[in-house]
Structure formats: C-alpha cells, structure tokens
Design a binder for this molecule. Structure first.
Ligand SMILES: C/C(=C\Cc1cc(O)c2ccccc2c1O)CCC[C@H](C)CCC[C@H](C)CCCC(C)C
Ligand code: SAM
Length: 242
C-alpha cells in the first residue's frame, strides 16, 4: 500500500479531513461571512510580509490559494510563490485558480506538512500564513520551521483570528460565529466544521503570547497588529540578518 503523501497525526488528520470537506464552499463562505473583508485582511498581510518584485516567497497553509495569488501579484512574473498545504482538495481549488490568472504568475502548489517543510534552510525572501497557525497541531514547531526556511533578514506575516481585548467586541465576535457563521455553514451541511472555529480561537494564543512564541522559535523581531477592531490579527516576524 503506497504511504499517504503527507504523514499526519490523528489530530492533524482530523484537520486535513475538515479542510478537504469544506474546500468546495470555502471561498464562497469566506466572502459571504466576512462581507468580503477577508480579502482586505489578506492584502494587508501580503504588504506586511515585505514581499518584493522578483522574490521567491512561501504561502504556508495556502488552502484554496487566494493569499498565495495576492503574493504572486506582488512578486510579479520575475518572482515565484510556493503554496503549501496538506489538504489535497484545497490545493485542487488553488491549482484551478492559478491556471485562470492573467498575467500568468509562477505559482507552485506543494502538498506537504507545515511541520516538515520540504525546503532547504534560508530559502525564502518572504512568507505569509493566512488562518493556518491556529490550525496546525504544533504552533512552536510550525514557527521553528518557518524560521528555518526564511533567508536571514526575511519577514513573514501571519494572519489569523484574534480575541478582541474589548469585552463588547469579544461578545460580538462570539455572537457572529455562533449565531451567523454556524447556521450558514449548517445550511451547507458543514455545521461541525465551522463550529470548530470558536473553540480553536479560544485555545489560540493572544498577541503578546504569539510574540513570545515567535522569539522562542528564533525570530529576532516580532510584532502583533490587531486589525478589524481586534477580531483578527497579524503577527509580523523577522529572521535575524546574521
Ligand atoms: C477568511 C476567514 C476565515 C478562514 C477560516 C479559518 C478557519 O480556521 C476555518 C476553520 C473551519 C472552517 C472554516 C474556516 C475558515 O473559513 C475569515 C472570514 C470568514 C469567517 C468564517 C467569518 C468570520 C466572521 C467574523 C467573526 C466577523 C466578520 C465581521 C465582518 C466585518 C462582517
Ligand atoms: C483556514 S485554511 C486557510 C487557507 C488560506 N491560507 C486562507 O487564508 O484562506 C487553513 C489551511 O491550513 C491547512 N493546514 C492545517 N494544518 C496544516 C499542516 N500541518 N500542514 C499543511 N497545511 C495545514 C489546512 O489544510 C487548510 O487548508
């Protein structure tokens, strides 16, 4: 029997199955449920990555590839982007997206585990990670792998949900997730998959803890920017130059 493309632990296998199952409606529900705002948050993330024309970049946990495509537009036709994900169904959506883009971009889609990246040390000029850090089963290891594959002096921008410090906004975020997001997902036969978001968010480190974990993983600089009133956040990390 041929081994699976990506060896995963039972927990990781559950996450892999979840994102394979939601792949057909993932982009559409993101647009509906965020009123298109997630595209703005992703554009901010690409800008914070400091990716430039001609760069070789990584989009970690790329899913359906929209963030990787934004990164591709940033680096242009002299650069290249490697989108990495362990969900084959998400990557199939990403490949279809990449084929229809004009002007053509150099996008590579790699089925691999973010905790065991198939790249040499010091390989990427910049990186992004959109809504992936909260979903990996080992955040410290994921940050260490990201640090390993970045070139000295390179920056990564990591976008994810964040729990607002403001109690009212925190309550509004929970209400939207429970009262709007889950019922809409349920109407698409995906109640359990979207009900996962809130408990995953409640376990996810807040900004200051994310900064501590980034320094522990070896990053010289780490800053967390709450956005959208603190319901989302971007952790920006930079590898030491020498
Ligand atoms: C792009 C977004 C979420 C991606 C995403 C991340 C996950 O970890 C998931 C896990 C399981 C199922 C789905 C996902 C998933 O889609 C953010 C936007 C989409 C969100 C589903 C909706 C979030 C709503 C916000 C709490 C409030 C939005 C306010 C807006 C200004 C109207
Ligand atoms: C919420 S989606 C994010 C997709 C995309 N980055 C975006 O911004 O919409 C999370 C993605 O992380 C992937 N993922 C989670 N853990 C992973 C791991 N250990 N290795 C590779 N991909 C992983 C899932 O398969 C899923 O496609």
């Amino acid at each position: 029997m041929t081994p699976p493309a990506v060896e995963t632990t039972p927990d990781a296998s559950r996450i892999q199955t979840l994102f394979n199952r939601i792949a057909p409606v993932y982009d559409r529900l993101n647009d509906w449920l965020s009123l298109g705002q997630h595209r703005i948050w992703k554009l901010m993330t690409v800008k914070w990555s400091q990716a430039s024309s001609g760069d070789t970049c990584l989009d970690l946990c790329c899913g359906s590839g929209d963030l990787a495509q934004l990164l591709g537009e940033r680096v242009g036709n002299t650069g290249q982007v490697f989108g990495v994900d362990f969900s084959c169904a998400q990557l199939e959506i990403a490949r279809q997206r990449g084929e229809t883009h004009y002007p053509p971009l150099t996008l590579h889609w790699i089925e691999a585990d973010a905790l065991h990246l198939p790249f040499a040390d010091n390989f990427f000029d910049a990186a992004t990670m959109g809504y992936g850090l909260r979903n990996v089963t080992d955040i410290p290891r994921s940050l260490r792998e990201l640090h390993r594959v970045l070139k000295p002096g390179a920056t990564a921008a990591i976008l994810d949900f964040h729990r607002p410090n403001n109690p009212t906004l925190n309550a509004v975020q929970q209400w939207i997730l429970q009262t709007i997001v889950v019922p809409v997902a349920t109407a698409n036969g995906l109640q359990d998959e979207y009900a996962y978001i809130l408990p995953s968010l409640e376990k996810f480190p807040q900004g200051p803890e994310q900064i501590r974990l980034a320094h522990q993983a070896g990053f010289a600089q780490a800053t967390h920017y709450p956005i959208a009133g603190g319901i989302m956040g971007v952790l920006v990390v930079t590898k030491r130059l020498s």
